[in-house]
Design a binder for this molecule. Sequence first.
Ligand code: ADP
Ligand code: ZN
Ligand code: ZN
Length: 816
Amino acid sequence: MYFIDVILPIPIKQAFTYAVNVHEAHFLKPGHRVAVPFGKSKIYTGIVYRVHQTPPQMYETKEIDQILDEHPLVTQTQLKHWQWIADYYLCSMGEVMRAALPGAFLLESETIIRLQTERPYTEVTLSAQEELILEALENRQQLHLNDVRNLLEKKQVLGVIQALIDKNRVALVETLYEQYIPKMVSYLQLAPEFQEEAALTALLDEMQRAPKQKEVLMQLFMLSARQSGAVKRQDLLSAVSGGTAPLKALIDKGIVLQEKKQTDRKALWEQETAASKGLSEAQQKALEQIRAEFAEKSVCLFHGVTSSGKTEVYVKLIEEMLDAGKQVLYMLPEIALTTQLISRLQYYFGDRVAVYHSRYSVHERVEVWNQVLRQDAKAQLVIGARSTVFLPFQDLGLIIVDEEHEHSFKQYSPAPRYHGRDSAIVLGALTQAKVLLGSATPALESFHNASTGKYGLVSLKERFGKVLLPDTQLVDLRDKNRKKRMRGHFSDTLLEAIKETLSEDKQVILFKNRRGFAPIMECMTCGSAPQCPNCDVSLTFHKAKGQLRCHYCGYATPITKHCGACGSMSLDPKGFGTEQIQNELQELLPEARISRMDQDTTKGKHAHAKLIHAFEQGEIDVLVGTQMLAKGLDFRAVGLVGVMQADTLLNFPDFRAHERSFQLLSQVAGRAGRTKDRGKVLIQAYNPEHMILQQVTTHDFDGMFKDEMEQRRHYGYPPFNRLIRFTFKHRNFETMQNGSRWFAKALEAQFNDGVLGPEIPPVGRIRNEYLSHVLLKVPIHAGIKAYKGKVGQLVRNFEAQKPFARIKLVVDVDPY
Ligand code: ADP
Ligand code: ZN
Ligand code: ZN
């Protein structure tokens, strides 16, 4: 008797055992995909974890439906990596699997298919069953997996569907992705029989009575001689006016051949790769130090101030790796915000770059997955956000985690609630790849690990071209208000500086924090503000849409003056957002071209890239924006950065508030004066004496680090302890409260101290569910084992309690 343990993409901890025959047992290896029945009628795609001969005690094993791959799709190393993630973040292997694999690898009973229309396919013979499915799809547009079962009159259908997907004939019905449509370009060519000179002359003689066709033909001949080969239809038509009809005649007669070819975006870069830049002395030194650190350590922190030219240093390291035939992973916090960087890397590495993007369709993700697995040259350098850490690398040499301090590397929901940077470090250890963490404002954890010698540390303190870091000054809003020197939210100092910068033909960036108080409506009579009916939070005010909206659940209602609490007609906007800043400034400076970059203005498909492009091209004078502006953008002509109000950041109730404020303000400031002239930064604040603001002004990372570490040590926060957060959710407040109290007590009994809460978070109800948090602090040096077993057991005990059965419990390791 042979068995396999299979990981299924569901949130249940253990693997499931299925029976296989002797041939299957010899064929199957860990990482192979199999289709298996589950429960009464479900089918799942599972990954083989282990092949063995021990029958399970507790249940009767079923047989697998079928094997889906010739070769394992998941490597042994990946399985180890998944195991680490599941252990560390306290979730199931199945949840990791679901996050790791592109959806097209996970066919299951819920799968719906349609005809593939966006991708070209090559004619290959299809089996009778495949033909049958395609025919049904011609008539019915979509088929559910059960329809396919009925159609083929058999249960095992995942294999045939997979085959059709692989042949580009069938696609999955997905709701949410940016469709990647390969660009098709038409090429023209003289039919082979006329390519001989004699034949061509004869042909031209024959064409005396069709002068226009003759002209088209001559042009085609000339162009193809110049380009030695096929000519783009577009090029020919722009060379001959009125050429469309005669060209069609020539094509119809078979004298000219037309062919559509796919030119994907990658190919466009093919011809355009460039040699990397020579490094400055300081960059060169940093590069050598990084190499030296890597000789001894596997992780190195590269602390380079904004605009020090870290990217060029990465490029050198990548070059070496690619030349040695190794794979490189380049991780970024948010891919949507980094079109600039991607084009820079494509510029150097051309078609060896693959971008892995969760917003592309699953079919494209499958393509990158397969390329990485095969060690294809087309995906030797993979760029992407956190989920790239799940690709099946075979010979990984280097991982770069750029902007490593960014907390968008963390996945909050659903499980696995993993951190991309930390998972990358573990992947590096499993694959013997070097890991380079880069940032101008490193995370405290990373800097701590570097200062204690666990990681290497390389600093680059000067900007490229020896440009000085921006001249940063604080503006006291209390003082300005007292002296009546404010125009709306602009101090006279900031307004003057804006005018001066614009008069020098330079650009301005104004930053308004998204967190902190959002614009709301408040009643001038009774002081109450309209609330979301589903969440305990005030609705925010969106002038452009004429709506009040909830940022937590998406509830929206038209703006009204009518107060729901006291009935008077005196609701008025309070607080301010980017939209209001834009409007105020436009009134003050009617001539200026002002645009806004925030979640509202970047919703459309390429809205974000367009805004960045317009700003780069100097079509915008002032860009008002939120956090998005801080993300590593490289603008050349920004003379001034203004921060509208820094205090809201500092007052955020979170132990990372200071660290994050320092990072965010330094990063925003870093957009100023990146070339030649020194830039200027003005930070408006009610509390300019605040230590963090002083440290931002003097670019004092070390001072901030020292102060913060003292606080963290004192209160037992990371990096001295690891935090685990338990969130309890239920529609009934009492039930939720009882459950969270029970759990906090149970934790205390297990761990003695380090338990905080239960505590109601600032927004205590979301989507009609009441929330509370319990925090557990676990000593960092104790490792995973110290909590994994105990916490896992407590969660199981909790879930087994009848009254708590409907409470949702979310466990989040390293939640902040
Ligand atoms: P960082 O990522 O450290 O903020 P960048 O890599 O974006 O800095 O570099 C800042 C600017 O300096 C970019 O416009 C880049 O093109 C330029 N730069 C950096 N290094 C070089 C170099 N060695 N030669 C020419 N230009 C460089
Ligand atoms: Zn709501
Ligand atoms: Zn009122």
